[in-house]
Design a binder for this molecule. Structure first.
Ligand code: 9Z3
Length: 342
């Protein structure tokens, strides 16, 4: 094939250096002020189901009286490009961190509000739902009865018992989101409801949250059309206000707040985590790198050196989940938080 001729117009690709793809000289967005909060929530309508979620959440918090409650956020938020959405920008996250962490919190007696991206991994069902095996591969027919295959019996019995125990005690409340707007409205509503739990409330913000969105005034109603000849789609996104300090100061004062910091460059992980801690004045940032997130994470806390949590080679081999180490270390800090709040 002759490749020396000109590239046909429809195949022409943009050229340029990857390093220059993003303007890194742009200033970092300051934490949101009250006026930014009012502007955002007045101009971005709440999801119509929000009152029903609030009702469920209030009932759940009341039911768990004097016990500990954790809000786990999990999965990625989306940014719709159209009001009647065909296309959207997504954020990376399968929901593994959130769903796995939720299980260890439940085992440690916490009531868990699981604010998750709809259809991402859920506690317990995660062992089967998104597996490379279809769930039917775990089953077989025995004298006309559908049963779990012998080789999966033991593991499934263990998972089933834990799931039933959590369900029987009404320990788990599932609240879904899809878009960044649904996430922010629900987060604020749940946070305010959790105020009544004071320091017993723990926020474990593992969801991967969009940094940019299209405000309602600029979002087209219908599907964006492409034209013959390959016109470009140029997007103009606004930054999502940084609400973490509003959460710390106004939405959930008294609660212990943990955010996650995700990076791909190991050189900047600690400094970015420290920066977040200083800007938002919360209690703990858990740093992780995309490439190694299942095997190592780092706790970054005010005034003390970083603490790494790493799986040993042995633990990696035997399938130990890093969340089984993260959650006890987190709970230790939450206990200290409750003590010092007395
Ligand atoms: C995380 O860093 C989570 O640990 C992961 C989990 C998204 C990496 P998976 O669901 O992945 O197990 O596949 N979450 C926080 C990501 C994030 O958006 N952080 C913001 C940031 O890094 C702060 S809120 O700036």
């Amino acid at each position: 094939m002759d490749t020396s001729g000109p590239v046909p117009p429809t195949r022409r690709l943009s050229t340029g250096e990857r390093e220059q793809a993003i303007d890194r000289s742009a200033p970092v967005l300051p934490p949101a002020l009250e006026i930014d909060e009012n502007n955002y929530f007045e101009n971005n309508a709440p999801p119509e189901y929000l009152d029903e979620l609030a009702r469920q959440c209030e009932e759940f918090v009341k039911m768990h009286g004097t016990g500990r409650i954790v809000l786990v956020t999990s999965g990625g938020t989306t940014v719709p490009l159209e009001n009647q959405t065909v296309r959207f920008i997504d954020n990376f996250s399968a929901g593994t961190r959130g769903a796995t962490s939720a299980e260890y919190f439940l085992e440690n007696g916490y009531a868990v509000i699981f604010l998750h991206r709809q259809f991402s991994l859920l506690p317990y069902s995660r062992h089967y739902s998104h597996s490379t095996n279809c769930f039917l591969d775990f089953m077989e027919e025995n004298d006309g009865q559908v049963v779990v295959s012998q080789q999966y019996q033991q593991q499934m019995r263990t998972v089933l018992r834990k799931y039933r125990a959590a369900k029987d005690r009404n320990q788990l409340l599932l609240l879904p989101f899809t878009t960044i707007n649904q996430y922010l409205h629900t987060l604020r509503t749940v946070s305010v409801i959790l105020q009544s739990a004071g320091p017993r409330a723990l926020f474990y913000l593992a969801a991967a949250v969009s940094d940019f969105f299209i405000p309602p005034s600029r979002i087209p109603e219908h599907k964006i059309q492409s034209k013959a000849g390959g016109n470009k789609l140029i997007m103009d996104l606004d930054p999502v206000p940084k609400f973490l300090n509003r959460l710390v100061e106004r939405w959930a004062p008294g609660a212990m707040i943990i955010s996650f910091k995700l990076e791909t460059d190991s050189e900047i992980l600690i400094s970015k985590a420290r920066q977040a801690l200083e800007r938002y004045s919360h209690q703990l940032v858990i740093g992780n790198l995309l490439q190694t997130r299942k095997n190592e994470i780092v706790f970054v806390e005010p005034e003390v050196p970083e603490t790494w949590i790493r799986l040993s080679d042995e633990q990696i081999k035997d399938g130990t989940e890093i969340e089984s180490l993260i959650i006890p270390a987190t709970i230790e800090r939450h206990t200290a938080w409750i003590e010092q709040s007395k």
